[in-house]
Design a protein around this ligand. Structure first.
Ligand code: B4P
Length: 186
C-alpha cells in the first residue's frame, strides 16, 4: 500500500506510523525524522533545515521534494510505504502526484488524524522536543492551517481521504486507522 499520513503537529502521526508500517509491511518515510537525522549529523541539508524547524516553519518545498524523490527510489519502497508528514503543501502534493504518475504507482489512501488544538498543546508540551515550546507550537499550527489543511480538500476531491479521530489511547486510535485502511482487518 502507498499511504499519505496527514495531521496537525503532535496529532500522533509518528506514534501511529510505527504501528501501521509494522501491520501493513510498508516502509516508513517520515520527513521530520529525516530532517532531524540530517541536523544531528551536521549535513548541509540539516544545516539548511534547522532554522526553519526551530522557528516552527515548513522547510522549503524544493529541499523536501528532492529528499522524497531520492528516498522513493530506494528498494524498500517497492513493497509500499507510509509517507508520514509529507506532503505538507499543495506544491509538495502536486510534485508527489507527478512522481507517482510517472512511475505508474498511484496512492491508495490519504489518512487524516483529527485532534483538537487544546489536546495538541498538552501532548507536545509533554514530549519536550526542541521545537515543542509554546510559541513554536503556535507557529506550527498556523503553518498547518494555512499550508497543509488545503490538502484535505485536494485529496478529498480525488476520493482518497480517510479521516480518523485521534483522541483516545494509542491502541484505540491504531484500531480506527487500521480499520479504515483495511476494513476486513477487524
Ligand atoms: P514532524 O516530525 O512531522 O512532527 P509532528 O507533526 O510535530 O508530530 P507527530 O504528529 O508525528 O506527533 P507524535 O507521534 O510525535 O515535523 C517536525 C518539523 O519538521 C515540522 O514542523 C517542519 O519544520 C519539518 N517538516 C517535516 N516534514 C516537512 C515537510 N513535508 N515540508 C516541510 N517541512 C517539514 O506525537 C506527539 C506526542 O503525542 C508524543 O509525545 C506522543 O507520545 C503523544 N501521543 C501520541 N498519540 C497519543 C495519544 N493517542 N494519546 C496521548 N498522547 C499521544
Amino acid at each position: 500500500m502507498r499511504i499519505v499520513f496527514i495531521g496537525p503537529p503532535g496529532a500522533g502521526k509518528g506514534t501511529q506510523a510505527e504501528r501501521l508500517v509494522a501491520a501493513f509491511h510498508m516502509a516508513h518515510l517520515s520527513t521530520g525524522d529525516m530532517l532531524r537525522a540530517a541536523r544531528d549529523a551536521h549535513t548541509e541539508l540539516g544545516r539548511q533545515a534547522e532554522g526553519y524547524m526551530s522557528a516552527g516553519q515548513l522547510v522549503p518545498d524544493a529541499i523536501i521534494i528532492d529528499l522524497i524523490r531520492q528516498r522513493l527510489a530506494d528498494a524498500d519502497c517497492r513493497q509500499g510505504y507510509l509517507l508520514d508528514g509529507f506532503p505538507r503543501t499543495l506544491a509538495q502534493a502536486e510534485a508527489l502526484d507527478a512522481m507517482l504518475a510517472q512511475a505508474g504507482t498511484p496512492l491508495d489512501a490519504v489518512l487524516e488524524l483529527q485532534v483538537p488544538e487544546e489536546e495538541l498543546f498538552q501532548r507536545l508540551a509533554g514530549r519536550g522536543r526542541t521545537d515543542d515550546q509554546p510559541v513554536v507550537i503556535r507557529q506550527r499550527l498556523v503553518a498547518y492551517r494555512k499550508q497543509t489543511e488545503p490538502l484535505l480538500a485536494y485529496y478529498g476531491a480525488k476520493g482518497l481521504l480517510r479521516s480518523v479521530q485521534g483522541l483516545g489511547t494509542v491502541e484505540e486510535v491504531f484500531g480506527r486507522a487500521r480499520q479504515v485502511l483495511d476494513p476486513r482487518a477487524s
